[in-house]
Design a protein around this ligand. Structure first.
Ligand SMILES: [Zn+2]
Length: 422
């Protein structure tokens, strides 16, 4: 009798293991960045985060929840090689999985963060950079030393961008060390420091500096100490790639000054700041064109800090560049003219088969690059308020808002869209 019940227990165990394997396989194949196991009264809900959005992936019977959590914990501690993480080999790419859990009223909730190991990182265009911004960023990367800060309200986005920048400068002559805790991906050719905590300390950075690295990816510049170390290191023949939880590039400039870093140190050491925001991508099969009203155009011009006439001519010139670059290449003609904005796009209310009747297909990035040109350097040295920093940056570069207009004209996204998690 006892033999029979242990056989049944074994079967249940094997079934749970197989379920976990299948869910991880699905999550990795779908490019999910996290898997949530949420206990409810009668069910365990499994959800995947993909492109910033959570979707239900499976509903499991609640009675197996504790066993499921135990199995996940066992994997995290036995196959472990960096804190509470484990690897899951798949057909084309290994993935490192960070385990976290939290005790809730209904049971223990587990979140697995999936960190893919890439042979090649994302390229700059798939992170939203193109044309003038891409050129400014590549120029900043070609500098032998200095600091580049990537800003977004989504840590996954800045982490991917830093990894992409690191991989771009990685070469036979330059050694790149990543000391970012919880990096969103690992990449061939970039050294990753084994991190013991969630926060970068001065010890981590000093250890990285002793390693004779040419480029250091250090993640979040959280306070004065981290900022000062980054800038001091950036003044001594090293390129520091940092990130900040901020909505745009000018917020980074202001924040660095508010951290009481010396303005002249920021102006001299900083080479470029990037800002990124995710928005939903329109389904190319069912998006609908419309002519924007004068009010919409006026409001867009105001957002971009430009007078309506200057706005229209700048947008038309940039759309020309975007077409040459291949943005929205499935739309043959321009949506703007030297005298006006003729066409914008919105999601179809009913959708189509290609977009599962939602009107959208994944997400894209809006991006900006603020290079430290002489006018921006002067504004930083003079410790100007955020409104002045924004105005100077808008005159000198393509802001996120202007990038939004260009990508909306090219049919990639809507102008009126509140992005999720950004
Ligand atoms: Zn569609």
């Amino acid at each position: 009798m006892s033999g029979q019940s242990s056989a049944t227990a074994n079967e249940a165990d094997n079934l749970i293991k197989a379920t976990i394997d299948q869910l991880l396989e699905d999550a990795i194949n779908r490019g999910a960045s996290a898997v949530h196991f949420e206990p409810r009264t009668h069910l365990t809900i499994v959800r995947f985060r993909h492109d910033g959005l959570l979707t239900d992936a499976a509903k499991l019977p609640r009675q197996h929840h504790e066993a499921l959590v135990t199995h996940l914990k066992q994997r995290a501690t036995t196959v472990n090689h960096a804190g509470s993480s484990f690897s899951h080999p798949t057909a084309d790419q290994p993935v490192l999985i960070h385990f976290t859990s939290l005790q809730l009223m209904d049971g223990e909730k587990v979140v697995l963060h999936l960190v893919p190991h890439l042979k090649r990182p994302l390229d700059l265009p798939s992170l939203g950079f193109w044309g003038p911004g891409q050129r400014a960023l590549e120029h900043a990367l070609s500098e032998p030393h200095g600091v580049i800060v990537s800003a977004s309200l989504d840590r996954q986005v800045t982490s991917k961008t830093l990894a992409a920048l690191g991989a771009l400068v990685q070469s036979v002559q330059r050694s790149v060390l990543n000391i970012e805790p919880d990096s969103a991906q690992t990449i061939d050719g970039i050294n990753h420091m084994q991190m013991t905590g969630r926060q970068i300390t001065t010890d981590h950075l000093l250890a990285a500096l002793r390693q004779d690295s040419d480029v250091i990816i250090m993640g979040n510049l959280i306070d004065h100490d981290a900022g000062e170390l980054a800038f001091e290191a950036g003044m001594t023949n090293r390129l520091l790639l940092g990130s900040m939880y901020a909505a745009s590039g000018e917020h980074v400039l202001r924040r660095l000054l508010d951290m009481h870093l010396a303005p002249h140190l920021v102006a001299a050491g900083l080479k470029a700041v990037t800002g990124q925001r995710r928005v939903k991508k329109l389904c190319a099969h069912c998006r609908t064109p419309y002519k924007p009203s004068p009010t919409v155009v006026k409001r867009a011009a105001k957002n971009c800090g430009l007078a309506p006439e200057a706005f229209v001519s700048r947008v038309n010139q940039l759309e020309g560049e975007a077409i040459a670059f291949g943005l929205g290449s499935d739309i043959a003609d321009a949506s703007s003219s030297p005298t006006g904005l003729n066409r914008l796009w919105k999601a179809s209310k009913v959708g189509c088969q290609a977009c599962h009747f939602s009107g959208y297909q994944g997400q894209i990035f809006l991006a900006e690059v603020i290079a430290l040109t002489p006018p921006i350097q002067r504004a930083v040295i003079m410790n100007r308020p955020i409104a002045d920093l924004r105005q100077t940056a808008q005159a000198d570069s393509v802001s996120i808002d202007l990038d939004h207009v260009i990508k909306a004209l090219r049919g990639l996204t809507e102008l009126e869209q509140i992005s999720k998690r950004s």
